[in-house]
Ligand binder design. Structure first.
Ligand code: FNR
Length: 377
């Protein structure tokens, strides 16, 4: 086994690169345009420096956090990504097991090979959140919301930064036709698998026929009124949109640029200027203060180390989400690989907390951070 040599998320990424067929690596790594937004997500974390506090008792560190009323052992959850089957035969079921082993949450992507129920049953002790698409047929949406509630999911995620899906707008498919030999299906999107080959023009047309493109605020309001579960909007970058979401009873805002896979040229989610962080995160000690405690704020994009997690929390995020690193873990070693990347992030975060004087998550305050512009560069 090569696992003895694996000590960082980057190592897991390298292992995944070696193990994955080229088409799978290319799909997971894919970015819009020239990838500037994706790179910016990674670099923006490095633009912050830390000012540790010393001589505090950090002999015991508690990395647990409460998100949407549920306690997670670590402030790192797994965000929704599509097509886990390209990385591992057990697909989303293995990812769910890895997350459950670390007592953190995972968002089941709608573009998953496994149904709402199969996913929940694979990891009965897990914390399951469901990313639901907007559909033209609201009865289909209502059925999905009810199924998620019955299967024990505890939150609904709505992605709002994708007015049109890749299968509707991509000029060339971002999943290479070579991937079509892998048995793929989308049981959460289409009730009856169409008689067309996955990836074909006809198959894509079946998807386009059922999803609502583009969704609007009215659809968010409808979802809010039709589920008991907390609702999170994923992909908000504008402070004004965040305010509108909270006015409509949304419970959480996931600041995200879709890992650089939607509109290129938007800011890094963790940057100090321009984006929602300016007004939601950096300007207040806890993100919920901005909303008078009415909604939680999370961030994803470019989280690769425990220090990145620490910085995101110091910016005011209640927890972070990871996308590609979970897929790398899955490709590296299935459920155990997913557990391993979460363990690496936990160990790194715990050490970073010790070295910056934080014994618990609430000790991670904005005063820990200084932006590199401090140097005048
Ligand atoms: C995604 N992401 C995503 N988001 C979403 O809301 N619905 C989706 O179907 C997908 N699918 C998807 C597939 C793949 C292969 C990737 C890499 C990402 C975006 C994802 O939830 C998250 O926002 C980013 O991946 C976070 O950035 P990092 O951690 O990958 O840098």
């Amino acid at each position: 086994s090569t696992s003895a040599l694996i000590t960082s998320i980057a190592d897991v990424g390298k292992s995944a690169r070696e193990k994955l067929p080229n088409y799978a690596w290319a799909y997971y790594s894919w970015t819009s345009a020239d990838g500037k937004t994706y790179q910016d997500n990674l670099e923006a974390f490095r633009r912050y420096r830390l000012i540790p506090r010393n001589l505090r008792d950090v002999s015991i560190r508690d990395t647990s956090v409460t998100v949407l009323g549920t306690r997670l052992d670590i402030p790192v959850a797994i965000g929704p990504t599509a097509l886990h089957r390209l990385a591992h035969p057990e697909a989303e079921l293995a990812t769910a097991k890895g997350a459950a082993a670390m007592n953190t949450a995972m968002v089941l992507g709608s573009f998953a090979n496994h149904s709402i129920e199969e996913f929940a049953e694979a990891a009965p002790s897990g914390i399951h959140w469901f990313y639901m698409l907007f559909y033209k047929d609201r009865r289909h949406m209502k059925r999905q919301l009810d199924r998620a509630e019955r299967a024990g999911y505890t939150a609904i995620f709505l992605t709002v930064d994708q007015p049109f899906f890749p299968f509707s707008v991509d000029k060339s498919p971002r999943v290479s036709p070579r991937a079509y030999t892998v048995p793929l299906s989308f049981p959460n999107v289409i009730d009856v698998e169409p008689p067309h080959a996955f990836g074909s023009t006809e198959y894509r047309a079946c998807l386009t026929a059922v999803v609502k493109e583009p969704p609007t605020w009215e659809d968010v309001e409808w979802v809010r009124e039709n589920t008991r579960l907390p609702v999170v909007l994923k992909g908000v970058l504008s402070a004004e949109d965040a305010r509108m979401a909270v006015e409509r009873g949304v419970n959480g805002i996931l600041v995200s640029n879709h890992g650089g896979r939607e509109q290129d040229g938007v800011p890094a989610t963790n940057c100090s200027r321009l984006c929602v962080c300016e007004s939601l995160l950096t300007s207040c000690p806890t993100s919920s203060a901005r909303f008078d405690g009415k909604a939680e704020v999370y961030v994803d994009g470019g989280v690769r180390t425990g220090t990145d997690v620490l910085k995101a929390l110091a910016l005011g995020a209640r927890c972070v989400f990871i996308g590609r690193p979970a897929l790398w873990g899955l490709a590296h070693n299935g459920a155990e690989g997913v557990q391993q990347i979460l363990q690496i992030l936990t160990d790194e975060l715990s050490l970073a907390m010790a070295r910056t004087g934080c014994a618990k998550i609430s000790d991670i305050q904005p005063s820990l951070l200084v932006h590199q512009s401090y140097y005048g560069i």
